[in-house]
Design a protein around this ligand. Structure first.
Ligand code: FAD
Length: 433
């Protein structure tokens, strides 16, 4: 975008301008204030014009659940006013187990907050980030342009860029925010630890008869956990449909269940059902909390795995977002965790810069790991545990989780713990920053 302004050297180069790289750049700009931190953001994909992206409401639009903690981070980045105009607040979370007695409800008032979280359509999030990046006076954004090669140096890294006016750019810190299949990590020999759940997430938007009133539902079923997040009503002319985003975790086709049989409700089978049969299968599992399910939009499948990089820092290099950890989407923690990492890293970089220290020094990067590794391991363990516990139909585990849900409803501290994890506030005492 501002290719003609490219310099041969930067303090920070961010490789990847997705939700994480873009948010990190804007946080850095806000926290740095007027200090002369030279930041370049590169993305391999062309930048979308925010105005071209503002089209009519799309029933099938994809969305992300932002925690209350992420709202606070976007407030800090100065982006919340623009985001708030088009998000749906989650006032209650209803957690239940199909065919069993345990259930619990988490209410925003009990947690002392306006909302437990928010559902944002991805294109709205992207639009707000793109607009802020376009308006930025301090950040240099260049797209489409990709980092093709990284040569580590004693004081940073030398990058080979494709698609920009300069082919070689030196940086004191390279932030790898290039996503879950990071080619740059592979090139640097950064190994990953990967666990496949043998499951896929079926994603689609659905319409139902009743107003969701800001309720999100997490329901554990014989086929796997199923979440419905509240979305804004979809309007076409005079017609108005109550809408929600479905994330249904289903076993892979070839999975063999505890009885030694092939899974009857595998992801691919449910995916291939005609609409009416799909709605029927879903209604049987979700129940009638929102009345009749009247429509299901375009379905897509995402294979589920947990991927964590074995190294997150090297001198002059740090990993952020999906390149550092790609989580199971059901617990809705991936972007939320990455935003907390991004804020911690941005804060440490700005402090180092003000103290005339290099942002790529191991002292700064180790301080980042020390600050975030507890949050990362807790969040990863939380989403891994909920996935394994709640997608297992073995009687002992089913009994355990039902007792867990019942206990959570009876014991406010346990419920508070669960809510704080889900809100991205596990390490904070107050709901405010
Ligand atoms: C179905 C589903 C539902 C989810 N729901 C939630 C949720 O409710 N809440 C939540 O918190 N999280 C959720 N997540 C997780 C969340 O979507 C991810 O954590 C987040 O999108 C990761 O963003 P990223 O910027 O790290 O990666 P990406 O979005 O993959 O962005 C990487 C960017 O890097 C660019 N790039 C790649 N290589 C290069 C290169 N060499 N040079 C320059 N640029 C490059 C790409 O063009 C891309 O723009 C969900 C995930 C899925 C799959």
């Amino acid at each position: 975008m501002t290719d003609n302004k490219l310099s041969a050297e930067y303090d920070i180069v961010i490789a990847g301008g997705g939700l994480v790289g873009g948010s990190f750049a804007l946080l850095l700009e806000r926290l740095a204030g007027g200090s002369a931190l030279r930041v370049l953001l590169l993305d391999a994909a062309p930048v979308q014009n925010p105005e071209n992206n503002a089209g009519a409401a799309d029933f099938d639009a994809r969305s992300t659940a932002l925690s209350w903690g992420s709202r606070l981070i976007y407030e800090q980045a100065g982006l919340w006013p623009a985001l708030a105009s088009d998000v749906t607040a989650i006032r209650d979370i209803h957690v239940s187990d199909r065919g069993h007695f345990g259930a619990t409800r988490l209410h925003s008032e009990q947690m002392g907050v306006d909302a437990l979280g928010y559902v944002a359509e991805n294109r709205h999030l992207g639009r707000v980030l793109q607009q802020a990046l376009r308006d930025s006076k301090q950040l240099t954004v260049c797209a489409p342009a990709s980092v093709e090669h990284v040569q580590p140096l004693s004081d940073g890294a030398m990058l080979t860029i494709k698609g920009a006016s300069l082919e070689k750019i030196k940086t004191r810190l390279l932030v790898l925010a290039d996503g879950g299949r990071s080619g740059l990590c592979q090139q640097l020999g950064i190994a990953v630890q990967q666990k496949h759940y043998g499951q896929q997430a079926l994603i689609c938007n659905i319409a139902f008869a009743n107003d969701h009133q800001g309720q999100a539902f997490e329901r554990f079923t014989d086929t796997g956990p199923l979440a419905v997040l509240p979305l804004a009503d979809h309007r076409t002319g005079r017609e108005r449909q109550h809408r929600g985003a479905l994330v249904w975790t289903l076993a892979d086709t070839n999975n063999i269940n505890a009885k030694g049989e092939q899974e009857q409700y595998s992801a691919e089978r449910i995916m291939a059902l005609p609409d009416a049969e799909f709605i029927d299968a879903l209604q049987q599992r979700f129940g009638w909390r929102l009345g009749r399910i009247t429509q299901a939009g375009a379905r897509s499948l995402f294979p589920l795995s947990l991927t964590v990089a074995r190294e997150q820092i090297r001198p002059g290099i740090v990993l952020l977002g999906n390149s550092a950890h790609t989580l199971h989407p059901v617990a809705g923690q991936g972007l939320n965790l990455a935003l907390r990492d991004a804020r911690a890293l941005a804060g440490l970089i700005v402090t180092a810069h003000k103290g005339d220290r290099s942002p790529g020094s191991m002292e700064v990067l180790q301080a980042f790991l020390a600050a975030q590794s507890g949050d990362q391991s807790k969040t990863i363990a939380f989403s891994d545990l909920t996935t394994r516990l709640f997608s297992n139909s073995q009687p002992a585990l089913a009994m355990g989780r039902n007792l867990g849900l019942l206990m959570m409803d009876l014991m406010p501290p346990a419920k508070g713990w669960f809510a704080r994890q889900a809100m991205g506030m596990a390490d904070r005492r107050s709901a405010r920053l």
